[in-house]
Each structure stands twice: as structure tokens, then as C-alpha cells.
Ligand binder design. Structure first.
Ligand code: BTN
Length: 244
């Protein structure tokens, strides 16, 4: 099961990096959990501040028989975190495209997927999960992020939360859906839970092209396709998205 092989580190540069170095000798479904990361990173190589008190872990997947398409693993983890927070902690999370988890419109969790490629196909997928749990938040992100302890009103034991996530990931998703005929259900569930739907009117503030207004035409993990007000289809792969 996921996490049967658990490597707990006091401090590491990044749990994703750890797996990138050791994936060959580690079994599939290994979980690497670090109490602290010194060089945690997020999407687009952003810095991911990872002090004591947060839950920082990565999972290695190199299955022999199950599909190995990176975005399925990312979508699975957004659904896992969404469900655990909702059902076990009675919170009201949302999945913000593509895979951030928000509570009260603030980011509580980020997920980073990476693959090691051998020729054209991946040899393994690494899913890195960072959840603000009992940690303090840096001043700069305290307006846009939140820690679980501040929502729940008390500290949450990290090992318990990690076990719950591993259990739900394995039993509710990995065993059930990671088979060729069932895998598309992961995408359907992810789309159903996302904060944006095809047909929504949106505003996206991009770093380079200012704000784009339009209607969502297609949703993928690496881009949103938007029909802008001039009738042009535009692919947007990052930016702040507001559903109008
Ligand atoms: C994001 O929202 O940009 C994704 C953040 C992912 C952070 C986690 S913490 C555990 C793992 N190790 C890393 O260096 N990053 C991921």
C-alpha cells in the first residue's frame, strides 16, 4: 500500500529531489516525508517555504501494471486531499485549477508532479504534497495562504493526517481507478470538483498579457483554453483565475 515503505527525514533539501536521486532503488508507492525542507519548491520553480509543523512529503509511483501518466496522479492527489479535509475534518475545501487546495479562498495545499523520463515515456512519477498544517506562514503569503490549525482551531498530528491521506489514496483511488478502463473516471471526478467549469465566464490575470476575459472552452492540467472576447481561442498555462 502507499506508504508501507515510509522514509522519514528530519531535514532534507526537498522530498521530490530525494526521490529523484533514489527512485531506482526505492519500491513503487514509497513515501518520503520530511519534517523540514531547506529547498522545497513548487510549480514553475517557485520557492516552497517548508518549516517545522507543515506536512511535506512525496510519493513515488513506478507501477508495473498501472497507467503511468503524470497528470492522473496529480488529479488523484487533489481529490484525496479534498476528500480527507472534507470528510474527516469537516472542512469546506475547493480544488483550484489545476491542483491547489483552498479553504476560505486561501491556499492550504500545493501539489507538484514530476516525472523521470526514459526516452519518450516516464519511468516514474513523483507527486510532492505540501500542506500548511501546524506551521506559521511567512508574512508575504499570509494573505493568500492558510494553515489547517487556524481553520480547525487546534494542532493536527502530522502522522495521523499522512496515514489518512495514504489510506484514502490507495483504497479509494489507486486500487479502484488506476486501470486502463477506469482511469478516465479520475479526470471526470477532478473536473467535477474543480472551481472552474467549461462554459464559465472567467478573468485571468497573466504575468505577460494583462487580463484576459472570456469563456472556458477546455480544461487540461497544463492549460486552460479560453475563447476571448474577440472570439479568439487562447491557451493559458498560468495566471490568477477568477470565475465571474
Ligand atoms: C505548488 O503549489 O507550487 C506546489 C508545492 C509543492 C510543495 C511540496 S512540499 C513536498 C514536495 N517537495 C518539494 O520540494 N515540493 C513538494
Amino acid at each position: 500500500m502507499i506508504g508501507d515503505n515510509l522514509i522519514l527525514l528530519d531535514k532534507v533539501d526537498s522530498t521530490n529531489n530525494y526521490i529523484k536521486k533514489h527512485w531506482r532503488e526505492l519500491p513503487s508507492e514509497t513515501v518520503v516525508w520530511a519534517l523540514e525542507q531547506t529547498e522545497g519548491y513548487g510549480r514553475k520553480n517557485s520557492r516552497w517555504y517548508s518549516p517545522l509543523g507543515g506536512l511535506w512529503f512525496s510519493v513515488l509511483f513506478k507501477p508495473r501494471k498501472r497507467p503511468l501518466i503524470p497528470y492522473y496522479y496529480l488529479r488523484m492527489y487533489s481529490l484525496v486531499i479534498y476528500n480527507v479535509l472534507k470528510k474527516k475534518y469537516k472542512l469546506n475545501p475547493i480544488i483550484k485549477w489545476p491542483n491547489d487546495i483552498l479553504i476560505n479562498s486561501k491556499k492550504v495545499c500545493g501539489i507538484l508532479g514530476e516525472s523521470v523520463y526514459n526516452g519518450g515515456s516516464p519511468s516514474c512519477v513523483i507527486v510532492g504534497v505540501g500542506i500548511n498544517v501546524n506551521n506559521e506562514l511567512r508574512e508575504e503569503i499570509s494573505n493568500s495562504s492558510i494553515a489547517l490549525k487556524d481553520v480547525v482551531g487546534k494542532e493536527i498530528p502530522l502522522r495521523k493526517l499522512l496515514n489518512e491521506l495514504n489510506h484514502v489514496a490507495y483504497h479509494s483511488y489507486y486500487l479502484k481507478y488506476f486501470k486502463p478502463k477506469a482511469i478516465s473516471a479520475i479526470t471526470k471526478m477532478w473536473l467535477n470538483h474543480l472551481n472552474v467549469k467549461v462554459g464559465d465566464k472567467v478573468q485571468v490575470s497573466t504575468e505577460n498579457n494583462g487580463s484576459i476575459y472570456g469563456i472556458v472552452n477546455d480544461i487540461q492540467s497544463d492549460y486552460l483554453e479560453i475563447m476571448d472576447d474577440n472570439g479568439e481561442l487562447r491557451k493559458i498555462n498560468s495566471g490568477e483565475l477568477i470565475v465571474i
